[in-house]
Ligand binder design. Structure first.
Ligand SMILES: [Zn+2]
Length: 58
């Protein structure tokens, strides 16, 4: 079972889905995507908590 974060769940108009085997992997992929595509250079603890709450098991 994979864990995913849908970028649209973060409020972005974006179809990207980060998928990984562990929470850490999904967070890392999501952070990289946020930096490259959305120009998010700083991941705050609040953002991490929000992402954690939005992770789905697939
Ligand atoms: Zn995105």
């Amino acid at each position: 079972m994979a864990k995913t974060i849908h970028c649209s769940d973060m409020g972005a108009d974006c179809a990207f889905v980060a998928r990984g085997e562990t929470l850490e992997e999904v967070l890392a992929i999501g952070a990289e995507h946020g930096k490259e595509v959305h120009g998010i250079t700083e991941i705050t603890p609040e953002m991490v908590e929000k992402v954690k709450s939005l992770i789905r098991d697939e």
